[in-house]
Structure formats: structure tokens, C-alpha cells
Design a protein around this ligand. Structure first.
Ligand code: CU
Length: 113
């Protein structure tokens, strides 16, 4: 009987630890800020993981104009001239694949967790 109790106690501890870990992951109360540089016709980084409420800023460091435009069309930085930047907040339902309308080979992904 004592053995079983000890085993149950151990299982309870593991379960409590797991639940705490999940709560921490889900809470994520502090919004993060990310910068994506546009340089040499590339988004750097071209893939980021974000959460709803985070802010992403695209900074155009090229001499020519670019955009970051959702492939699904639901969001758009619109035209960023040299040295211009634009910030967007990650919202629920926002799609992740984007490109530059002037240079469609330029692609990036926002992975919303
Ligand atoms: Cu471009």
C-alpha cells in the first residue's frame, strides 16, 4: 500500500509540473517586438515565429522600394522607400506568407504560434 501511494505522489508531481509549464507557455503576456530588415532584395530573417499581440517592424535598407504584402491580401506594409519602416501588430487570423509586390521572388513567412 505504501509503495502505491508513493508512486501516485510521484505521478501527481509530474502532472503538476506539466500543467505549470503549459500555463506559462499560454500566458505569454509580454508582447515581443521583431525587426525584419529588407536588405539586398531579401527579408532578414525570412522566417519568424510570433504570437498574437507581438509587433513586427519591416525596415527597408535597400536603395529601391519594397513592400511586405500578405499573399492572402489581408495585410500590407504598402510601399517602403529607402530607409522607411512600417510596424504591424500580429492579430488573430493574420496569414503568414508574404512577398514584395515589386519583386515577387522576395518571400517571407510569419509563423503565428
Ligand atoms: Cu522588393
Amino acid at each position: 500500500m505504501q509503495k502505491i501511494n508513493r508512486r501516485n505522489l510521484l505521478i501527481s508531481s509530474v502532472a503538476a509540473y506539466t500543467v505549470t509549464g503549459l500555463n506559462l507557455a499560454q500566458a505569454h503576456t509580454t508582447p515581443a517586438e521583431y525587426t525584419i530588415n529588407i536588405r539586398k532584395f531579401k527579408f532578414e530573417p525570412d522566417h519568424i515565429d510570433v504570437h498574437i499581440g507581438d509587433t513586427i517592424t519591416w525596415v527597408n535598407q535597400d536603395l529601391v522600394a519594397h513592400t511586405a504584402t500578405a499573399e492572402a491580401g489581408d495585410w500590407d506594409t504598402e510601399m517602403l522607400e529607402k530607409s522607411q519602416s512600417k510596424s504591424l501588430q500580429v492579430t488573430k487570423g493574420m496569414t503568414g506568407e508574404y512577398f514584395c509586390v515589386f519583386h515577387p521572388h522576395m518571400k517571407g513567412t510569419i509563423n503565428i504560434k
